[in-house]
Design a protein around this ligand. Structure first.
Ligand SMILES: [Zn+2]
Length: 477
């Protein structure tokens, strides 16, 4: 196997040399005029790093190789000393709080994201299809980034039957909550099975927030009656075993309904186990975690109280380490932000405060700083986690998530030597705080480009609301 792979590599590079020779000798290259040339960067994809120039024509990548003739390019961008990546694809954003679809796209673009997949909330009493149409319209009007939509069911008993119609609208992934029973957002096993049955039959993907909500609620009520410290109650009533149990249950229901399942924001060492087991059995199970679980722990919750109240909660250091190890072993496929910016104050009553925090703009920087500077992963795996894998899972690859001839020219220039000090004031979310206040990250996105057009350059927004295109998703089978 190994020698065959090496032979293929050799053959490919010989082909490359022959092609290059042909162009140089034939002089054909002189005729190539690009709209933009990104020069001298280290081009990083999920597969390799190469020093190369990227030639862009219109919205697409037209050439990738060293020494592209740039004299006549419409614009020359010098990427010396910088990584050039496919833009991040953030598939976990909630555009219903302090940032709407426009605001989310602005804050995300500043952080190096070029594609978003939003949760379209169909709250109880709403029709799933109406929600999808409403979010689509809002995206057309306000989004400066290309976007897709996940159907999000809060009232499955009334909404499940609409699932097949959503496919006609380009929506093929559907999220449900196995927790938040008190908020009346929970999908029970009956409706989870009913939804997965329909999603699977139509070739879609189910997505679950996997925590055992009813058990959590019971223990929460019991502890609060005793007057215990709310932060401790919050952690104690959401133990890792209730995440692992819900993941195992979701995977089991997905197996009997023949529906692939995507576990959002996996947060514990114990939760990794059922995912790994299912993979070994050959099941189609995807797992996602978020920068907050990879960089923060329960210590932040102790310090910042309601500001750090997120669901699932921030975990122990041992969980954080286990998540990085699961990434190294390829068990976790995606890192997405879970951007849910809320207005909260540090002294708000803990149990009344909302769940969630602003995370979209810091997605790339936090995963780079902790992932690469601390040695957990290399640049190619970083690109796979934040761009290539989500593109593949949701059927956007290689239009998105790739730097290939013919791919959309969605690029990020990332300067690995520039230190970024994170402050709420310099971020672009409407959230009045960040959990990373004062943190110094080594590595900063300095330019974001979408389909050949510069969106953000040196912190300045050049994109316009409404320039984002809707991306229908298509689940790989
Ligand atoms: Zn979320």
């Amino acid at each position: 196997m190994k020698s065959e792979g090496r032979w293929r590599c050799l053959k490919e590079s010989l082909n490359e040399i022959t092609r290059y020779d042909f162009i140089v000798r034939g002089g054909g290259e002189m005729a190539e005029i690009y709209d933009v040339v990104v020069r001298n960067g280290l081009v990083v994809t999920g597969a390799k790093i190469q020093k190369a120039d990227i030639g862009i024509k219109g919205e697409k990548i037209a050439a990738i190789r060293p020494g592209l003739p740039a004299k006549e390019a419409g614009r020359l961008i010098d990427a010396s000393g910088k990584y050039v990546l496919p833009g991040a694809i953030d598939v976990h954003v909630h555009p219903v709080y302090e940032d709407d679809m426009g605001g989310t796209s602005v804050t995300a673009a500043h952080g190096g994201t070029t594609t978003l997949i939003h949760y379209a909330y169909a709250k109880p009493g709403m029709k799933l299809i109406d929600a999808i149409n409403r979010f689509k319209e809002s995206g057309f009007e306000k989004s400066c980034l290309d976007f897709g939509i996940h159907g999000t069911l809060f009232d499955p008993a009334n909404q499940v039957k609409e699932i097949p119609k959503a496919f006609d609208l380009g929506v093929t992934s559907f999220k449900m909550f196995m927790t938040y029973a008190k908020l009346k957002w929970m999908t029970d096993d009956y409706w989870l099975a009913a939804a997965m049955d329909l999603i699977g039959a139509n070739g879609g993907l189910s997505m679950v927030h996997a925590e055992n909500g009813l058990v959590t609620d019971y223990f929460e009520d019991r502890s609060l009656k005793k007057g215990e410290d709310p932060k401790k109650v919050f952690l104690k009533t959401r133990p890792d075993i209730l995440e692992a149990e819900a993941i195992f249950r979701a995977i089991s229901i997905s197996a009997v309904t023949h529906c692939p399942v995507y576990i959002v924001h996996l947060s514990t060492a114990r939760g990794v186990i059922p995912v790994q087991r299912a993979r070994e059995e050959g099941r189609v199970v995807y797992a996602e975690t978020c920068p907050q679980y990879l960089t923060l722990t329960d210590m932040t919750l102790q310090k910042k109280g309601p500001l750090a109240k997120i669901g699932p909660p921030l975990r122990l250091e041992a969980d954080r380490v286990a998540l990085w190890k699961a990434i190294q072993r390829g068990i976790i496929d995606v890192v997405a932000s879970d951007h849910a910016p809320k207005t909260k104050k540090i002294d708000d009553p803990f149990f009344e405060a909302a769940f969630g925090s602003a995370q979209a703009e810091t997605l790339l920087s936090m995963t780079y700083d902790e992932g690469i500077n601390s040695g957990w992963i290399g640049p190619c795996q970083w690109v796979r986690l934040v761009s290539e894998n989500p593109a593949k899972i949701f059927g956007l690859y290689p239009k998105k998530g790739a730097i290939q001839k013919g791919s959309d020219a969605d690029l990020v220039l990332f300067d690995p030597s520039q230190i970024q000090e994170i402050h709420q004031k310099t971020l672009h979310s409407g959230a009045p705080y960040t959990l990373y206040e004062g943190k110094k990250c080594l590595g900063t996105p300095v330019l974001t480009m979408q389909r050949g057009k510069i969106l953000v350059e040196q912190g300045e927004m050049k994109g316009k609301p409404g320039q984002g295109k809707f991306l229908p998703t298509k689940i790989k089978r």
